[in-house]
Design a protein around this ligand. Structure first.
Ligand code: 5GP
Length: 176
């Protein structure tokens, strides 16, 4: 995949507007209640950082690292915990922040992990993108930004073989 072959799917402006819209919904929902956000590294980092800057309640940021993709573009379906050390989440409002829900295996793994290990006040899932058409596990994000079809996308945190995370926009290529 080369930068010259990339086609823009969402511009920087579209992404920033969507982030503000999602933050507004989250602010309305939690009001002034404390929120623990869990950013799923590495893909969700740009989205999580922009999202939390628009949240108005007291926020703590946690980070975990998982992987289900190798260097290709097809989800393995096997979620692998690289670093999942978390603080005590009992009685907390927890919001998991992801870049994209594809098959849903990662989201399900995480929600099960949190709900099996903690008795949270609430556990919700926010994803910038939702590839509903590829869903294999039974999970729907509580919040999502854009629904996309079955394209492999890069940019704004999302990578191909480690590259393109730094793009301010989200793009795809027909030549993978
Ligand atoms: P799932 O477990 O839902 O199949 O996959 C979730 C993870 O796969 C995401 O967190 C993301 O890292 C990766 N992923 C899924 N679709 C895409 C895509 O179109 N582009 C990139 N770069 N990563 C993807």
């Amino acid at each position: 995949m080369q930068i010259k072959d990339l086609k823009v799917l969402f511009t920087e402006e579209q992404l920033q507007n969507k982030v503000k819209e999602l933050a507004e919904r989250i602010n309305q929902e939690y009001k002034s209640e404390e929120l623990i956000t869990i950013c799923v590294l590495k893909g969700a980092v740009m989205f999580a950082v922009d999202l939390v800057k628009n949240l108005t309640m007291p926020v703590k940021m946690e980070f975990i690292r998982l992987s289900s993709y190798g260097s290709g573009t097809v989800s393995s379906g096997k979620v692998h915990a690289v670093d999942i050390s978390l603080p005590d989440l009992n009685d907390k409002n927890v919001l998991i922040i992801e870049d994209i829900v594809d098959t849903g295996h990662t989201a399900k793994f995480l929600l099960d992990f949190i709900n099996n290990n903690f008795k949270t006040k609430s556990t919700k899932f926010c994803s910038l993108l939702d590839k509903k058409i590829s869903r294999a596990a039974e999970i729907e994000p509580d919040y999502y930004g854009f629904e996309i079809d079955d394209k492999f996308v890069v940019g704004y945190g999302l990578d191909f073989d480690g590259y393109f995370r730094n793009l301010k926009y989200i793009a795809y290529s027909d030549k993978v």
